[in-house]
Write a protein that binds this ligand. Structure first.
Ligand SMILES: Nc1ncnc2c1ncn2[C@@H]1O[C@H](COP(=O)(O)OP(=O)(O)O)[C@@H](O)[C@H]1O
Ligand SMILES: [Mg+2]
Length: 242
């Protein structure tokens, strides 16, 4: 297979603390949506942090197009084309929507077309155009999530990693988050999402990764993961996915 990103047998932890990841692996195919599921505390967020350089990888491999990312700082990983949206979204609440989009281009070396890039995002997501002068912190949770996801597109990244983007949002809004994710994928961005709603996450993904106790139990095509009896039992309440 032709992997864009390969994570193999990663061991990592916080500072000098115990290993939280202990054999985390995943294969990322270009242009696809990948969903990591697993119980609370499994190490899903930790895995995203390890990939983007926020956490030292003690053992194992993290390779982007075959190139080792281990030891790079988060800003260097971002420059390589991997953008991370943490669970807390990290918007600038006192800045306007437009200013937040501009901040999304902070890492661009050539900013000459930044305004055009922002215009493009506004065309794609009309709510952001409508709200461009509003402080980000005064928008609804769903709108803030739209902004934090759209903002990543400014730098035209290869991979966007989203940590539980649907958390705390009303069910109707959750589908919108997945719709944005599909828009990203359609523009050629490869998506890696952590989702606590395993059923919803897998239904919206091409590839599923099951993480437990810091280790990858299983990965494969999302429909196969959904249909797997072990996964049904452990994470989907033993019910057949409709
Ligand atoms: N900043 C941190 N410092 C120390 N331990 C942490 C930190 N963040 C998370 N952990 C620990 O790492 C483990 C996995 O956490 P996390 O990756 O957040 O799980 P998940 O995202 O799957 O719910 C938990 O036991 C948690 O207590
Ligand atoms: Mg988490």
């Amino acid at each position: 297979m032709n992997e864009l990103l390969e994570v193999r047998d990663v061991v990592a932890g916080y500072g000098d603390g115990p290993a939280i990841l202990n054999g985390a692996s995943l294969k990322v195919q270009p242009g696809k949506v990948h969903c990591i599921i697993g119980p609370n505390g499994a190490g899903k967020s930790t895995l995203l942090k390890a990939i983007c350089g926020m956490l030292k990888v003690r053992q194992g491999d993290v390779k982007l197009r075959g190139e080792d990312l281990k030891g790079l700082r988060p800003d260097q990983v971002l420059k390589k084309g991997i953008c991370f949206v943490p669970q807390e979204r990290a918007l600038f609440p006192k800045m306007t929507v437009r200013e937040n989009l501009r901040m999304g281009g902070f890492s661009l070396e050539d900013k000459s077309d930044l305004e055009e890039r922002i215009d493009e995002i506004e065309e794609r997501f009309p709510i952001l155009k409508e709200r461009r002068d509003q402080h980000a912190g005064t928008m609804s949770g769903g709108q803030q999530q739209t902004l934090s996801m759209a903002r990543t597109m400014i730098i035209r990244p290869d991979i966007v990693m989203l940590d539980e983007p649907s958390l705390g949002l009303a069910p109707k809004i959750v589908q919108e988050v997945f719709d944005i994710m599909h828009v990203m994928a359609e523009t050629g961005i490869t998506v890696l999402i952590v989702e606590q709603n395993a059923l919803m996450g897998l239904k919206n993904a091409d590839w599923g990764v099951v993480l437990d106790l810091g280790r990858t139990l299983f990965e494969g095509p999302a429909d196969e993961v959904l249909a797997d009896p072990r996964i049904q039992e452990l994470y989907l309440g033993g019910k057949k996915a409709a």
